[in-house]
Ligand binder design. Sequence first.
Ligand code: ACO
Length: 302
Amino acid sequence: MGLKFVKAGHYNSKNAVKNSFFESYLDTSDEWIVQRTGIETRYWEDSDVKDMSVESVKKLNLTSGEIEKVKVIIVATLSQDYIMPSISSIIQREFQFGEDVFALDINMACTGFVGGAIVAHQMLREGEYALIVGAEKLSKLVDKGDRSTVMLFGDGAGAVLFEKNLKPFYYDNGTMGSDDLKLLRGDDEKIYMHGQNIYKFALDIVPKSLKNILEKSSTKPEEIDYFVLHQANLRIIKAVSKKIGGLEKYYTNLQRYGNTSSASVPICLGEMYEKEMFREGQKMLLFGFGGGLTFAGAIVDV
Ligand code: ACO
């Protein structure tokens, strides 16, 4: 059985930080950042991960019928303020989801949202709904003095409602244990990243895995209406689209948001929903990759 997209919403980001901010205190330039990453602004928010998650769910305007159908709530994040209760439990109470809901928070870094959708798929029965949220406050975890990472990461949240349908489900995933991306708990929590290794990993794995999903499902790239990839670097997305085709079908917003880890795919879906880009019968390929190193992708019906 497959997964069908029902609706999406995203937290209304407020505090945009332009590239020129970094020019003010680091040896960097707007030109370098735009050329190497595509990023022009990112949001650094005052709100915490829980509040951004709750606001993104509010944006869904869930009906009581939809709330009743939700049997799984997953919040994907690596920057949560709440270890306990989980943010997914807080959401259960806040929106009065049923007590039979399976609620869990997961950390698969930037793969978390798509990974969460794949996990939820295994737990649902036909016609049931899963609420998957991706939310991050990476601004509190970046080393503000490190020019090679500080400009990449931003904050945000997105929430998506999926339904399990009767169609086949095609997905791919993998893990290659590595500490090229690392974040340790403690007084000095900072994201450490070996950028070039991650870049090479992405350029190798993402097209291979996308091809794998397309082959498994006997789908031609032109039959996919939208490719929604983790928003890490515009160069990565462009290079992937060259290998798979159809650059115009790759939705991007990293120019405005930077890399929001597990929030990046659901924020894209929230914006696309707001722009009324979805039509019944369309197909999307969602793909996440990052810390772990991990990757996961799946075809979702609209
Ligand atoms: N401004 C100016 N110069 C810079 C900056 C900056 N902000 N950052 C690095 N440089 C310098 C480096 O010091 C280096 O200088 P050197 O040649 O004198 O040593 C030079 O620019 C080139 O650095 P590279 O690291 O080779 O630059 P690259 O083109 O690889 O771009 C980047 C770096 C943007 C980080 C790229 O490697 C990348 O996008 N990697 C993937 C990152 C990623 O996807 N991360 C997240 C995935 S998962 C997750 O999100 C948790």
